[in-house]
Write a new protein. Structure first.
Lengths: 404, 298
């Protein structure tokens, strides 16, 4: 069997059997599940949602006897304010309103409650409003019109192209959500895979197993096998998270679950996300391998790697600015700079049309960086993987790369 | 075909010359001792032979050609300091590393079972490496080194950390491998073990070859003109003996330049001395090394 494939299989199997990997893979969905559970428990304890709230009313005009059931609020008629006061005192109702006799000309309604409040809660106010308007219109207009007055607006926005045809790419929250999720997953899997790579190389370097490996395979076979093996393991992790996400969201709220079902994202959008995901991972894996090679220990390697992880995840910190001003020159530069490109571009894709030349240039720079990274890393590994002890300085590395 | 041919190889690092114009060859069916003090350039030489690092200049051929992936499968290498994947089981470690040498995993497993049994370690095959003692780990590494039936076996300090029983076991296996026609290179800094096993040696100091060739010839060349004697009776004054040194178990007679050991033996016999041991003294490699490099070693 091809030796690269053997290393790939070994690294993949070895990684997915690691306790840390298994915990990490399942802990993300598990934490989400626990959070949802905790939310349900807390919200259940605070607010018994099924209960109907009674609001009393005294009708001084007459005719307000329909539409007393408004969602979770029920309007109960009382003959006089005295009777309503008694009901309020005995907590049969949360409050009551008095429709004044000159209501039809002034619109005056008095609301009485035992609670300290500036105005009735929005849900109560809305129920009262609907109750009043529906009764006012009863018998004068059709039921359909009454329903429409209650909910007069149901906006459906469609994005058109300049020719007037429906654009294949529609805006909206769906487009923000998908790149957001992808960039977050990329950052997470990059950090884990990088940590596994540095750890693995550090261990092999510390226990000199690397020499046995290099007496059997070439540096390039070792690098490619390792990077792809760990990448595949990282991908398994991401797939588990992606699969669990809709299930968890469905559990979290039926409305969010429903919202997810309505997401329509064009396939080329996913394609770009996947391309950037893969290129971003490969670039980072190369950097991590080079760091693993020059670091005397895994621990020192992890510290050194943060120099590269921080800029790569930095665009996430500015995600709101990227979404508000997606075409600012700063973000354009970051889209082309290979380390920040994947996350920046994914975030920009959600909020704007990124110019095709920017995408093409950014992919080209990334591909060149990955290929260059592979060649350079192979050299660094060959030079430094067998040097133990002190970490070399930047000047020494450059000098050795030139000479080597 | 020579197992190894190294021609005028040179390697330097930023601050020092590690290997300085080194040339030697190793034939098949011999045990070749690569000796020298720590830091002499032995490990760098081995790494260049393994193509782990490239020489600055010079040429290395292994089994008649430049090292490539196919040739790597014919090599067995035991590095000086060693370790395995700590969390991997013994059998999985052996099979994985053997498969990287082009071995079929099923055959590797079967052969690993036989070698483990030979080393009396079969019961440990399902244990994780970090559950084994250091010595046991080294045995596993030795198995990894030879399992794929390599034509050339390079062992860097193979006996360090091994107990006497396992040391003897590995020595015996090395002699068996030699008898099967394999080339074995032993890199050692303990010179007495080299004397016991090697047919030929290369002695290096500060990256340079200081002695190279057949071990017996080297020892003959550097022998002091003296004889080790165990006898019964009185020696008295013997013509041709310039000095008499008493040792615990024997007497060393240093001969003058005109007398040969054969003449001495005749004189002793003619005096009726009962001789239990008569041995032409050859200096240990350690002493030869010190004589060759003087105090100029690291």
């Amino acid at each position: 069997m091809n030796k690269t494939l053997l290393i790939f299989k070994h690294e993949f199997r070895f990684t997915i059997k690691r306790t840390a990997f298994i915990i990490m893979t399942f802990i993300v969905p598990l934490i989400a599940l626990l959070a949802i559970g905790a939310y349900h428990v807390i919200s259940g304890a605070v607010k018994p949602t099924a209960e109907i709230t009674n609001i009393g009313y005294v009708d001084n005009i007459g005719g307000f006897q329909y539409y007393t059931s408004q969602g979770k609020i029920s309007l109960v008629p009382y003959d006089s304010s005295d009777v309503a006061n008694q009901a309020l005192a005995s907590k049969d109702i949360k409050g009551y309103l008095v429709i004044s006799s000159d209501y039809l000309t002034t619109g005056l309604v008095y609301f009485f409650t035992l609670e300290k409040q500036l105005e009735p809660p929005p849900a109560t106010l809305s129920a009262i409003k609907n109750f009043l308007s529906s009764n006012l219109m009863t018998g004068k207009v059709s039921q359909t019109t009454i329903d429409l007055v209650e909910a007069p607006l149901n906006v459906i926005t469609t994005r058109l192209t300049v020719t007037g045809a429906v654009s294949p790419e529609q805006g909206g929250y769906g487009n923000l959500l998908v790149p957001g999720i992808f960039s977050l997953l990329l950052v997470l899997s990059m950090m884990f895979s990088s940590s596994y790579l540095i750890q693995g190389l550090g261990d092999e370097k510390e226990n000199r197993l690397i020499e046995v490996l290099l007496s059997s395979v070439s540096v390039r076979q070792l690098l490619i096998g390792k990077v792809l093996g760990l990448g595949a393991a990282g991908l398994v992790q991401v797939v588990v998270w992606v699969i669990s996400a809709p299930l968890l969201l469905g559990l979290a709220s039926s409305s969010i679950g429903g919202f997810l079902k309505t997401l329509v994202v064009p396939p080329n959008f996913y394609l770009l996300c996947i391309v950037y995901f893969i290129l971003g991972y490969l670039l980072f894996a190369m950097i991590s391998t080079a760091i693993g090679a020059i670091s005397p220990s895994a621990r020192e390697g992890q510290q050194l790697a943060t120099i590269f992880t921080i800029p790569s995840i930095a665009p996430l910190w500015f995600s709101s600015a990227i979404m508000l001003f997606p075409n600012s020159p700063v973000w354009v530069v970051l889209t082309i700079f290979p380390i920040t490109a994947p996350v920046t571009l994914m975030l920009r894709l959600g909020s704007t049309d990124v110019a095709a030349w920017q995408i093409a240039l950014s992919i080209l720079v990334l591909v060149l960086s990955v290929v260059g990274g592979l060649l350079l890393t192979a050299r660094i590994v060959r030079t430094y993987l067998l040097m133990y002890g002190k970490r070399p300085g930047l000047g020494e590395i450059i000098r050795n790369l030139r000479n080597g | 075909m020579l197992a190894v041919e190294v021609n005028h190889v040179f390697k330097s690092y930023a601050d020092k010359v590690a290997v300085d114009d080194l040339s030697f060859s190793v034939a098949q069916g011999e045990i070749f001792g690569l000796i020298g003090p720590n830091g002499a350039g032995k490990t760098t030489t081995i790494r260049m032979m393994m193509d782990i690092i490239k020489p600055d200049s010079g040429e290395v051929t292994i089994l008649g050609k430049k090292l490539d992936e196919g040739t790597k499968n014919s090599l067995g290498y035991l590095p000086e300091e060693r370790g395995l994947y700590k969390k991997l089981r013994v059998m999985d470690s052996i099979v994985y590393l053997a498969s990287l040498k082009g071995m079929n995993p099923a055959i590797a497993e079967e052969k690993a079972g036989r070698l483990l049994a030979q080393m009396d370690m079969l019961v440990n095959r399902r244990k994780k490496i970090d559950e084994l003692s250091k010595g046991m780990g080294q045995i596993i590494q030795f198995i990894v080194t030879i399992i794929h039936d390599p034509q050339l076996i390079i062992l860097d300090e193979p006996f360090s950390g091994l107990d006497p029983v396992n040391t003897e076991l590995i020595k015996k296996m090395l002699l068996d491998l030699k008898n099967q026609g394999k080339a074995v290179i032993l890199s050692l800094h303990q010179m007495n073990q080299v004397e016991e096993l090697s047919d030929r040696i290369l002695m290096v100091n500060k990256g340079k070859a200081v002695l190279y060739g057949d071990l017996a010839e080297i020892k003959t060349k550097y022998r002091s003109n003296s004889v080790l004697l165990e006898f019964e009776g009185e020696l008295g004054e013997i013509p041709g003996v310039s000095e008499k040194r008493e040792h615990k178990t024997h007497t060393e007679l240093v001969l003058d330049n005109k007398t040969t050991p054969k003449q001495l033996l005749e004189r002793l016999v003619s005096r009726g001395i009962v001789i239990n041991r008569f041995e032409i003294a050859t200096p240990p490699l350690n002493e030869i090394f010190l004589r060759v490099v003087g105090n100029d070693h690291e």
